[in-house]
Design a binder for this molecule. Sequence first.
Ligand SMILES: *Cc1c(COP(=O)(O)O)cnc(C)c1O
Length: 394
Amino acid sequence: MSGGGDDSARKPATRVVRGGRRPEWTGPVVNPPVWRASTHLYASDAERREAGKHNNDGQFFYGRRGAPTQWALADALTALEEGAHGTVLYPSGVAAIAGAMLAVLKPGDRLLMSDNAYDPTRSMATGLLARLGVETAFFDPRDLFGFAEAVEGAKAVWLEAPGSLTFEMCDIPALAALARKAGAVSILDNTWASPLGFAGLAHGCDIVMMSLSKHVGGHSDLMMGSASAGKRWYTALRRTAQELGQVVSPDDAALAARGLRTMGVRLEAQTRSALAIAQWLEARPEVARVLCPMLPSDPGHALWTRDFTGGCGLFSFVLASDDPAASARVVDALELFGIGYSWGGYESLALAITPEDYRSCMIGTGGKPAIRLSIGLEDAEDLIGDLTQALSRI
Ligand SMILES: *Cc1c(COP(=O)(O)O)cnc(C)c1O
């Protein structure tokens, strides 16, 4: 029996497998075929005119509105996001960020952005949005009192937890509730947790976006993004994406859907390895601090266990050394970790980071050398062995 029925009472692991598999889209095969299409044909002019009146996934119209491959992926993501009416797909995570911003903000509006938001999100605010007449203020998401004051008069609030590079947790339900009380729209970048680890809409956010290039793709061969919302904001997201001509290829949608089916087990395995490696790093003399809310010793751990149902393989650590070149020496010495952007793939990556370059009011690592790890599916003991030899180079 294929999915696509009402699985809302079933567990996330089941929904990850069944979501979007509607018989009318997949036929007798398990996965939706790759429907390559610009033109969709109509039986008559009357049917063409009728189709133009409906603007929904599942309605054949023209390639820019997708076809069953894209619809099946969007439908599967909607099935995973509790409280979502629909999901819009974008050609990258950054395109999803732009799509959400432009669906909500207009000239003269004020945006509040978490200071540990992903660097290109910050650049979009200080670049594109500033040019469009939107003013952005950055805030420390751990300061609820400061936020309650700052949010007055804001049109939208941009949240991300744990934060990029430094992984500070914040109280998303409290921030979203304060935003709602002030009449501001809350948008969450949920790329780190995915809907398997954190239910953003159910915790009070209005729009939840993620980069599908990370956990959903999972194999480092795909760029895509998504934004999910309840009916009101889904309608706005969809309209804006169509006005901007945003569309994803059916080949990429099929790859993303394929990745999605195994996301649950990949995240579980990567979380387990990441936790073991983070705990091992914590006990090393070369390491000053591990930045990972999954660790019981982390200041964000209580919030993480309260609100999150899962983790992932991405975290950072700060070296005890004061030599700014130490992080690059360690990263260069690693053999099993690649040096590169992105994360959430099956293979491990390491990156020397300088978060203070992307902060306005938080301190990052205070200038101390630090490394971000994306733990893949290799054996955790092998990864620890590799880290042991690399740390000995300091
Ligand atoms: C990578 C990333 C994005 C952007 O996604 P792309 O698909 O690379 O454009 C957005 N948010 C976070 C937190 C990310 O790590």
